[in-house]
Design a protein around this ligand. Structure first.
Ligand code: ADP
Ligand code: MG
Length: 770
C-alpha cells in the first residue's frame, strides 16, 4: 500500500477547507459534513481535528474561525517546508528590520518598496479591496457590472482587431459550475505569458454580455491555495511590477502576527472618541472581517494620521505659547464701530468677537483670517490693531508687496486716524532720512501701528513693544516671514494671518496646523457679483470686441495669458505673443505687459502705472497681486482658462468691479471638451469662493489648489481632504488638549504617541510641488 506523506495530506485537506470558506461556511460542501472528512484526513494533526469537533453545530462565525485557523496551521507547515523559518522566531517590535518577514529570495522586494521596518510594513496600507467572500458564478453576471470571480483557464490566444489596430489577449475560461466566459485584456500582450492553461485565476473586471460572456480584466492573480487571498475581503496593495499581491499579503500577515498586540498610542483617549483599538485597526485595515470593521479601522487610522500632523505643526511652531492677555472694553469696541463709515457685516462682527477672545486670553493668539477679496479683512485687522494700541502695545501689518502695503496703509489711516491711533508706513524704497524717522518712532513707541513690506523685518528695525503681528499673505503662505516678524518682539506677540485665498476648511486646518481659522463668508452689501461667461475658443474674439467697448467707456481691462507650468520661458513667449496680437486687434488702446520674469521692482511700477490709469489694458501672466484695488478695472479676460483651477479663476475675477462699476469676467476655454466646459461653468453659477474651492478639491485634488503649489500640501496615506473635515477637527482639538496637558509629550501615557511622532516625522508634512 502506498503511504501518504503528511505534506500530501495537508494539500488534500486544504482544498475542501477553502471551498467551505468560499461557500460561506455552511457545511454543505462536503457530503456527510466537514467534521467527518477532517477526522479522516487530519489524523496526524490533532490540533486541526480539535478545531472541527462539533463543526456542524457551530455558528457560521465560529466555523469561519475554525477554517481560518486550520488553514493557517496548514500554511505554516507549507512555508516551513519551502523556506527556513525567520531567525529569532519570536515577537517583533515596530522598529525591527522588516526583512526577516520575507523568505530570503524575496527580501530585496521589500527594500524596493521602501519597507525597511516592521512599522513600514504595517503602515503599507491597501490601495483597495476585493470582496471575495462569496464569488459569483458566471451565470449570474449582469451586463455592465463589475465582478470578481474564480475561474480556470482553458485556452489563450492573441487577437489583432482590424479596427484601431489593437491587440487583445483572449483567454477562454470556465467557472466552478462549468459556465464559460472569455477574459479580455487590451494592448497588454505580456499577459499572455503570465497565464498558463489549466491555471486557476481570480479575475476582476467589467462584464459584457453579448452572445457569450466577456470580462474586460482590470486585475488578476493566481488563485493559489492561501486563505489570505480567497474567501474573504482581500487587500490589494499598491505594487510594483514583479511584486505579487500574494507575497505582500503574506508579509503583512506575518508582520501582524509577530508584532501584535502593540501598545495603543491613544489608549488614554480612545474610548471617549469611540475609536477602535490600534492593534485591531491595523489588523482590520489589512484583513477586515466585513465592511463595518473596515470603516472603523479606516476612521481610527485616519484619526491617528491627522493627529500626528496637527501635533507636528503645533510643536514645530513652538507649541502652545504663553503670550499676553490684552484688556478688551466694550466701550472701545463701540468706539471702533462708531468711527467706521459703514455698519459691519455679521461675519465681521463674529470674527472680531473671535479675535477679541483670543487677545484676552493669556495664550498667544495664532489665527488665520480667510476671506475673499473684498470681504472686508482690513477692517477686522484694524480692529485687532486698535485693541493692541488701546493696551499700550504696538502692532505691525506686513504685506507681500509695496503696492499692497500702501493700500493697507491708506485704509488703516482711514479707520484708525479718527480714533487717534498713529500709523506709520515703512518701505524698502524709502529714502534714508525718511526711513530713519520711521525707525525712531517705532523704537520710541510713538508709532502705534507700522505697515510695511518685508522691510519691517530687516536689520535695524526695532519696536518698543510689539504686541500684535498681522501678516497679509494673500496667497503666499509665507511661514518663514511670519516667524521672522515674531522675532521682532520681546514677548511672543499675538498673530493674525490674513489670506485672500479661499481654501476648504480641511485644507486650512492641515496646511495651517498651528493656526485657528476664522472665515469672512459674507460680502459687504452693495458689491455686485462679477458677471461671468465661459467662451469656447471659437468665440474668442468676442472677448476682445467687448474689451474695446469697455476701453471706449474709459474702463480698464486685464488679460491673463495662458499659464504654462513647465517653463517660465514658454509662458513669457505666450504672453508676448498675445500682447502683440492684441496690439493689432486694439490699435487705439494703450497696452502694457507684465510677466513673471520681470524684477519685482519693475512689476510694481507697471502695476502702479496701470492703477493710475496710464494704460487701458494689461496683459499678464498670473503674477499680479489679487489684492490690489484698481477702481476702473471692469473686465478680465483669461485665455486657456482650463489650465487654471476654479479657485484661482475666482480670485482672478475678484480683481475687477471693485470701484462700484459693474465687473465682467470672460473665461476662454482653449480646449473645449464637455467636461472642461462643465467645470468652468461652476464659475458662472456660483460666487462663493469657498464652495468653488471645495469643488476644485473634489475635482482636481489638493495639489491643484492655488497656493498649495508653492508651499506643498499635506501628503496623506489614508486621509482624504475632500471628505475628512470632521475627523480633522476632532484630531486637532485632541492635539491641542494633549499639548496643553503635556507640552513636550513627556508624560508616560504619551510615550507611544511620541515614538510614533518621531518615527513618522519625516513622512508627516508637506509634499513639495515643483
Ligand atoms: P479685503 O481686504 O478682504 O479684500 P477690504 O477690507 O479691503 O477687503 O474691504 C474691501 C472694501 O469694502 C473696502 O473698500 C472697504 O472699505 C469696504 N468694506 C469693508 N467692510 C465693509 C462693510 N461692512 N460694509 C461696507 N463696506 C465695507
Ligand atoms: Mg485686502
Amino acid at each position: 500500500m502506498k503511504t501518504v506523506t503528511e505534506g500530501e495530506l495537508k494539500a488534500r485537506l486544504r482544498k475542501p477547507l477553502l471551498l467551505e470558506l468560499k461557500d460561506g461556511a455552511q457545511d454543505r460542501v462536503v457530503m456527510g459534513g466537514l467534521e467527518a472528512l477532517v477526522e479522516n484526513l487530519a489524523r496526524p494533526f490533532p490540533e486541526i481535528r480539535a478545531l472541527f469537533q462539533g463543526y456542524g453545530a457551530k455558528t457560521p462565525e465560529e466555523r469561519r474561525k475554525a477554517l481560518e485557523q486550520a488553514l493557517a496551521l496548514l500554511e505554516d507547515g507549507e512555508e516551513a517546508r519551502k523556506e527556513p523559518p525567520p531567525k529569532g522566531g519570536g515577537r517583533m517590535g515596530l522598529e525591527d528590520p522588516a526583512h526577516p518577514l520575507a523568505p530570503p529570495q524575496s527580501r530585496k522586494r521589500l527594500a524596493e518598496l521602501g519597507l525597511r521596518t516592521v512599522r513600514d510594513v504595517l503602515l503599507y496600507f491597501p490601495r483597495r479591496y476585493e470582496d471575495r467572500r462569496a464569488l459569483p458564478g458566471v451565470r449570474y453576471l449582469e451586463d455592465g457590472q463589475k465582478a470578481t470571480l474564480s475561474v480556470k483557464v482553458l485556452s489563450k490566444e492573441l487577437v489583432k482587431t482590424p479596427k484601431k489596430g489593437m491587440t487583445l489577449v483572449q483567454v477562454r475560461a470556465v467557472d466552478a459550475w462549468g459556465w464559460r466566459l472569455t477574459l479580455v485584456w487590451f494592448n497588454q500582450t505580456w499577459v499572455l505569458n503570465q497565464i498558463q492553461e489549466g491555471a486557476s485565476l481570480i479575475v476582476t473586471g467589467k462584464v459584457r454580455r453579448q452572445g457569450g460572456v466577456q470580462l474586460y480584466v482590470e486585475h488578476f492573480e493566481d488563485e493559489g491555495t492561501e486563505s489570505l487571498s480567497t474567501g474573504r475581503i482581500v487587500p490589494i496593495y499598491p505594487a510594483k511590477e514583479g511584486v505579487g499581491q500574494a507575497f505582500l499579503r503574506r508579509t503583512v500577515h506575518r508582520a501582524l502576527e509577530k508584532a501584535l498586540p502593540l501598545e495603543d498610542p491613544l489608549s488614554a483617549y480612545r474610548e471617549e472618541h469611540g475609536l477602535m483599538d490600534f492593534s485591531f485597526a491595523l489588523k482590520a485595515i489589512h484583513f477586515p472581517e466585513d465592511e463595518r470593521e473596515l470603516a472603523r479601522a479606516l476612521l481610527r487610522l485616519k484619526f491617528d494620521e491627522y493627529l500626528l500632523l496637527e501635533l507636528k505643526a503645533l510643536l514645530d511652531a513652538g507649541g502652545l505659547v504663553l503670550g499676553r492677555a490684552f484688556r478688551v472694553e466694550e466701550a472701545w469696541v463701540e468706539a471702533f464701530r462708531k468711527a467706521l463709515p459703514f455698519p459691519l457685516t455679521r461675519a465681521q462682527e463674529r470674527v472680531m468677537g473671535e479675535i477679541a477672545k483670543d487677545m484676552q486670553s493669556p495664550r498667544q493668539m495664532a489665527r488665520l483670517l480667510q476671506g475673499d477679496v473684498g470681504s472686508g479683512k482690513t477692517v477686522v485687522a484694524a480692529f485687532a490693531l486698535f485693541l493692541a494700541a488701546k493696551n499700550g502695545a504696538q502692532g505691525a501689518l506686513m504685506a507681500p508687496t509695496e503696492i499692497l502695503a500702501r493700500q493697507h496703509y491708506e485704509n488703516l489711516l482711514r479707520y484708525l486716524f479718527p480714533l487717534g491711533v498713529k500709523v506709520e508706513l515703512l518701505l524698502g524704497s524709502m529714502g534714508e532720512r525718511e526711513r530713519r524717522g520711521v525707525l525712531e518712532r517705532l523704537k520710541s513707541g510713538e508709532a502705534q501701528v507700522a505697515v510695511g513690506t518685508h522691510a519691517l523685518i530687516q536689520e535695524g528695525v526695532g519696536f518698543r513693544d510689539l504686541g500684535l503681528a498681522v501678516v497679509d499673505e494673500e496667497h503666499r503662505f509665507g511661514v518663514l516671514q511670519r516667524r521672522a516678524l515674531l522675532k521682532m518682539a520681546q514677548h511672543p506677540p499675538d498673530v493674525l494671518v490674513m489670506s485672500a485665498t479661499p481654501i476648504p476648511r480641511s485644507l486650512a486646518l492641515t496646511l495651517y496646523g498651528d493656526l485657528e481659522v476664522s472665515v469672512l463668508d459674507e460680502m459687504p452689501p452693495g458689491r455686485k457679483p462679477v458677471k461671468t461667461k465661459v467662451l469656447p475658443h471659437a468665440l474668442r474674439l468676442q472677448a476682445y470686441a467687448f474689451a474695446r467697448e469697455e476701453i471706449r467707456k474709459g474702463h480698464q481691462v486685464f488679460v491673463v495669458a495662458p499659464a504654462i507650468e513647465e517653463s517660465e520661458a514658454l509662458e513669457l513667449k505666450a504672453a508676448t505673443a498675445l500682447y502683440e496680437e492684441l496690439k493689432g486687434l486694439l490699435p487705439e488702446a494703450r497696452l502694457a505687459l507684465l510677466h513673471g520674469r520681470m524684477p519685482a521692482r519693475e512689476k510694481e511700477e507697471v502695476m502702479e502705472a496701470f492703477r493710475q490709469g496710464a494704460f487701458d489694458l494689461l496683459v499678464s501672466t498670473t503674477v499680479i497681486e489679487v489684492g490690489v484695488d484698481i477702481p476702473k478695472a471692469t473686465l478680465i479676460v483669461v485665455e486657456n482658462a482650463e489650465r487654471f483651477g476654479l479657485a484661482q479663476l475666482h480670485q482672478l475675477r475678484g480683481r475687477v468691479g471693485r470701484g462700484g462699476l459693474e465687473g465682467y469676467a470672460l473665461f476662454i476655454a482653449g480646449e473645449a471638451s464637455r467636461a472642461t466646459l462643465k467645470r468652468l461653468k461652476v464659475l458662472e453659477a456660483s460666487t462663493d469662493g469657498f464652495y468653488i474651492a471645495e469643488m476644485d478639491l473634489k475635482l482636481r485634488g489638493p495639489g491643484e489648489l492655488r497656493g498649495t503649489r508653492q508651499s506643498g500640501y499635506p501628503e496623506l496615506r489614508l486621509g482624504d481632504l475632500a471628505e475628512d473635515t470632521e475627523i480633522i477637527e476632532k484630531a486637532r482639538a485632541l492635539a491641542k488638549r494633549i499639548l496643553e496637558e503635556d507640552p513636550t509629550l513627556s508624560k508616560p501615557q504619551h510615550q507611544a504617541l511620541r515614538r510614533e511622532l518621531q518615527a513618522q516625522a519625516e513622512r508627516i508634512g508637506f509634499r513639495e510641488v515643483i
